[in-house]
Design a protein around this ligand. Structure first.
Ligand SMILES: NC(=O)c1ccc[n+]([C@@H]2O[C@H](COP(=O)([O-])OP(=O)(O)OC[C@H]3O[C@@H](n4cnc5c(N)ncnc54)[C@H](O)[C@@H]3O)[C@@H](O)[C@H]2O)c1
Length: 349
């Protein structure tokens, strides 16, 4: 299979490429198309850059000519579409790039896939009957939950930020390409990921970086917002499962089975750091990194709680969760210690 991975220099995409290439599959070729925005970094894919099953193309998913050429040159017969503007706070400051990359970019890729794979409505060209487009989306399209309940594939869309609205729009366009043209698509909506190679701006790297710098650790509002934390390697396993086994036209939600308040996550990370860096802690006259936690004014429209019921993924496709939150967090903290303390940016452990 010749797989086009978009946004593969970002957090989840780069983990997915490493994951797929580390499973010995000699029939797999991966083309990584990435614009290298502030969020993309080629150091994230350093470990695979010399792999004969891998190529990098620097470019924009909105560039029709480039995308069509990639399909032709590499005979693409599978797409895993990660590329997006992904930071909610940035979408509040300036929504336009979100609408452009997340909506027009997704449309451009779908159109290229349809042209390259299909002869007409529901009719695939010879050799492309198996070709599939997998769209990666977010649980934020469902809006916010109260104290109880879970998102499922049946939950009504209610996006609250320009980011989630742009992802919701993309999900609808993907759906329409299945309903209208019979394009073989699947969509997954996952919860908050964590793990190595996440951009410094996100919550978990920020907590670790601020703790190491002995600076206040900022937590929005009262820290009570709840997220269902999904370890990135678990997510990659689930994506592979849906890409291979998922039913065309269907959506699957993916959760981590790790519902925690933001303050609980901050506390957990501080406790891991307290253990790993106990000597430094003493020399700083602190008893715990938790003493650095400080509440800051809340983000506008901040969704209160996300939680996922991914029984469809587990029961219909036989997916089995493997990583505990503690295990994922220890790997994550260890990666960021290498990055921030030893200066080994992009170090993979
Ligand atoms: N990180 C999460 O917790 C999370 C949760 C749910 C869903 N998602 C979704 O997963 C996907 C990947 O998220 P991430 O956290 O890895 O994001 P990221 O911001 O770390 O990476 C995005 C990558 O896409 C690239 N990109 C952006 N616009 C592009 C364009 N127009 N053309 C080509 N490349 C472009 C960037 O350079 C970057 O490498 C996104 O679609 C996001 O909506 C992420």
């Amino acid at each position: 299979m010749n797989l086009l991975v978009t946004g593969g220099a970002g957090f989840i995409g780069s983990n997915f490429i490493s994951y797929m290439l580390s499973n010995v599959r000699n029939d797999l070729y991966i083309v990584n198309l990435d614009k290298l925005t502030y969020a993309g970094n080629l150091r994230n894919v350093e470990a695979v850059e010399n792999d004969p099953r891998y190529s990098f193309v620097h470019g924009d998913i909105c560039d029709e000519n480039l995308v069509a050429k990639i399909f032709e040159n590499y005979k693409i017969d599978g797409v895993i579409h990660f590329a997006a503007e992904s930071h909610v706070d940035k979408s509040i400051e300036n929504p336009r790039p979100f609408l452009q990359s997340n909506i027009i970019g997704t449309y451009t890729l779908l159109e290229a896939a349809r042209n390259y794979w299909m002869d007409g409505i529901g009719v695939y060209k010879k050799g492309f009957a198996h070709a599939r487009f997998h769209h990666i989306s977010t649980d934020e399209v469902y809006g916010s939950l109260g104290k109880t309940g879970h998102f499922t594939e049946e939950t009504k869309y209610a996006p609250n930020s320009p980011y989630s609205a742009s992802k919701a729009s993309a999900d609808m366009i993907v759906r329409s390409y299945f309903e209208t043209f019979g394009l073989n698509v699947v969509t997954t909506n996952c919860s908050n990921n964590f793990g190595p190679r996440q951009h410094d701006e996100k919550l978990i790297p920020t907590i670790i970086r601020r703790a190491l710098a002995l600076k206040p650790i900022p937590i929005y509002g009262n820290g009570e917002n709840v997220r269902d934390w999904l370890f990135v390697t678990e997510h990659c396993r689930a994506i592979e499962k849906v890409f291979v086994k998922g039913k065309a036209g269907e959506t699957y939600v993916i959760g981590g089975h790790n519902e925690r308040k933001n303050i609980e996550i901050a506390t957990m990370i501080c406790e891991v750091l307290d253990q790993v860096l106990s000597e430094q802690l003493k020399s700083y006259h602190l008893t715990s990194y938790k003493e650095l936690i400080q509440y800051v004014s809340d983000r506008p429209g901040h969704d209160f709680r996300y939680a996922i019921d991914d029984r469809k993924l587990c029961e219909e496709l036989g997916f089995v969760h493997k990583y505990s939150l503690q295990e994922g967090m220890e790997q994550t903290v260890s990666y960021y210690l290498k990055k921030y303390v030893d200066g080994l940016e992009g170090a993979w452990i």
